[in-house]
Design a protein around this ligand. Structure first.
Ligand code: G3P
Ligand code: MG
Length: 251
């Protein structure tokens, strides 16, 4: 089964940043803890200064690492991910902000190999790195890693930064893509999504309504909604025809 075939199944649950209510988000432990509790796992990817794709949500390191406690990095505020090399990130702890255990930075390569070994589906969200790196470079590096690890069939690529999405399709037409959206739908939504050549639309829950879901589904787009933690709301969205919901709480 590939990711598009998975999306044809009803009422899918996606683990938002892994099992982030139990383990530090976007770490290997968070991925491990999601196994058996969801249909796919969402992770966020960014590039290091030396162009290595790593799994982290914020574009700065302060919230989810111990960088603020490390003397040699005190002059490096605001601790942007794109200003640190992989080796520097490997000297940090991505667990202690959450609990009393050390967790290393997770690389995309390691996440992909883990997904392959455990037969897990991954939604890789490409964070907006347009302020630091050229769009072509960002997409090329991520797709190259997916191809190198032979995990194309396990992956759905998404981004809030929509210019990445047609570039993904150009490099790898077989990997499904999704446009993420907050605050307001783009005007002429269906035509807009066709122009991006995406397979799915990922709106935030706040802007999701029954009419929009129906028209997207009728037009052939999968609809996956974030972040929906209330069971009652999840059920309503599934009743409307939503394919998947992203949640912080897995059962
Ligand atoms: O991909 C769904 C969701 O992760 C998008 O928002 O900010 O949590 O990455 P964010
Ligand atoms: Mg995300």
């Amino acid at each position: 089964m590939n990711f598009l075939e998975l999306l044809k199944k009803p009422n899918l649950i996606a683990a938002h940043r892994g099992d982030r209510s139990q383990k530090p988000e976007n770490t290997l432990s968070a991925l491990e803890s999601s196994i058996g509790k969801c249909d796919f796992i969402e992770i966020d990817v960014q590039l290091t200064k030396d162009l290595v794709p790593v799994i982290i949500h914020d574009n700065t390191l302060g919230r989810t690492s111990n960088v603020s406690k490390i003397k040699k990095f005190e002059e490096r505020t605001p601790w942007r991910v794109s200003d640190f090399t992989l080796e520097e990130l490997q000297s940090l702890d991505f667990g202690s902000w959450f609990y009393h255990e050390y967790e290393p930075i997770l690389t995309l390569k390691k996440a992909l190999l883990f997904a392959k070994e455990k037969h897990l589906f991954l939604n890789v969200e490409i964070k907006d790195m347009s302020g630091a790196f050229a769009d072509e470079i960002v997409v090329q590096i991520i797709i190259d890693m997916i191809k190198k690890t032979k995990t194309e069939h396990l992956i759905l690529l998404s981004s809030f930064y929509h210019p990445y999405l047609p570039i993904c399709k150009k490099h790898s037409p077989n990997i499904p893509t999704a446009a993420l959206q907050m605050y307001k739908h783009p005007s002429d939504l269906i035509e807009y999504l066709h122009a991006l050549q995406v397979d799915a639309y990922h709106p935030e829950d706040k802007i999701t309504n029954q009419k929009t879901v129906a028209s997207l589904r009728k037009a052939g787009f999968f609809v996956n909604v974030f972040t929906v933690n209330q069971t009652k709301r999840q059920k309503k969205l599934f009743d409307w025809g939503v394919n998947a919901i992203f949640t912080d709480f897995l059962v």
